[in-house]
Design a binder for this molecule. Structure first.
Ligand SMILES: Cc1ncc(COP(=O)(O)O)c(C=O)c1O
Length: 365
């Protein structure tokens, strides 16, 4: 059994005792309690198996709760591959330049309203043009799927205010930012409480896990407490739960990891800044915590349009030049980089040197 022994023991202790159909296991309950203790404003949690599932279920819940159909998402944000979200989406949809995804009906996409990221006026206009029809505003509180783009000062606060005034459910998609930017994710970092929050990636410790949670008043509408149906054969499966639980516990017990990660990322950022300046290539570095991107752009990158007008061909050349030197960046200008705590100062110095050499090679072509 080797290193699987603790895992098997934990499953035996915490899972096999639970026999009633559909009831959460002891392990799921402990996981939920841990999430609640780390994330502000999360009263109830539902475990699922991916970020996509978390976001589509949170949207269904917001619609069920408000009895409204439309919702607002931001151009260049990605919330998984559920039909409703594949309108002006970032990530792979942007990388492959897919304007309209075949297979998604007009009925579905008509209910998806989009606004440019960081543009409160556009949101206000959509809300007033669709008075009492908007169930939710969903946002990546730091965008990571059009490269890293921070929220402008006051932007998230402005969304919170609009949602409060118009009884719209504010959903923070924390699939990237959750348990990465702080113990309590972007909610804690920006000191803003969303109504619903979605999680993925980090929460699974490498296994397929997602979750959504939020205010009791809304979450109690999920079946079996309410009638908004949601379920999944593999939701809360013990192997994924123990992996996620083990990781979250480690993060919870060592919160200094978040400042260490930020220091490492800032060190990378200042090294890249120096190297890019030397190379005289127009560039923008966006960083929030351990999320960072280099955009080859002359102007600030604040939304999907400015991210898309950066030099994507140059990014692709840079990616391959870095890969030849052993540095594997995310393979798209439309993906944030995440710095990992296993990286040493030497690794980061190596990365900065590789960037210098890569830029020299590209400019000599
Ligand atoms: C912000 C965000 N939301 C949702 C998703 C979808 O998650 P999954 O790929 O686990 O379905 C992703 C995936 O990259 C994401 O970055």
């Amino acid at each position: 059994m080797g290193s699987y022994e603790p895992l098997i023991k934990a499953i035996q202790e915490k899972v096999l005792d639970s026999t009633s159909f559909g009831a959460p296991t002891e392990l799921e309950i402990e996981m939920a309690e841990l999430i609640k203790s780390m994330a502000p404003n999360v009263d109830l949690v539902r475990m699922v198996s991916s970020g996509t599932e978390a976001c589509m279920s949170a949207l269904r819940l917001a619609r069920g709760f408000t009895s409204r159909n439309k919702f607002i998402k931001f151009e260049g944000c990605y919330h998984g591959h559920a039909d409703a979200f594949l309108v002006k989406a970032g990530s792979g949809v942007a990388t492959f330049n897919i304007q309209t995804v075949p297979g998604i009906t007009g009925g579905v996409s008509n209910d998806t309203l989009t606004a440019p990221y960081n543009n409160l006026e556009a949101v206000e206009k959509l809300v007033s043009d669709n008075k009492d029809q908007i169930a939710a505003i969903i946002i990546e509180p730091v965008a990571g799927n059009m490269g890293c783009i921070p929220p402008a000062p006051g932007f998230l606060e402005g969304l919170r205010k609009i949602c409060d005034q118009e009884n719209i459910v504010l959903i923070f998609d924390e699939v990237m930012t959750g348990f990465r930017l702080a113990r309590g994710g972007a909610q804690e970092r920006f000191n803003i409480n969303a109504d619903l929050v979605t999680y993925g990636k980090v929460i699974g410790g490498g296994m397929p896990v997602g979750a959504f949670g939020g205010k009791q008043e809304i979450m109690k509408h999920i079946a079996p407490l309410g009638n908004v149906y949601q379920a999944g054969t593999l939701s809360g499966n013990p192997i994924a739960m123990i992996a996620g639980y083990t990781l979250l516990r480690a993060l919870n017990e060592h919160p200094s990891i978040f400042s260490e990660l930020e220091e490492k990322t800032s060190y990378l950022s200042s090294g890249l800044n120096k190297v890019l300046k030397e190379s005289q290539t127009p560039y923008v570095i966006n960083q929030v915590g351990s999320m960072i991107s280099v955009h080859f752009s002359k102007e600030p990158v604040v939304d999907f349009a400015t991210s898309g007008s950066a030099d994507i061909k140059l990014f692709n050349k840079f990616f391959h030049a870095m890969l030849r030197r052993g540095v594997y960046l995310p393979p798209s200008a439309f993906e944030s980089w995440f710095v990992c705590n296993a990286l040493t100062k030497e690794d980061i110095d190596y990365t900065i040197d590789a960037a210098r050499e890569s830029l020299k090679e590209i400019s000599a072509q």
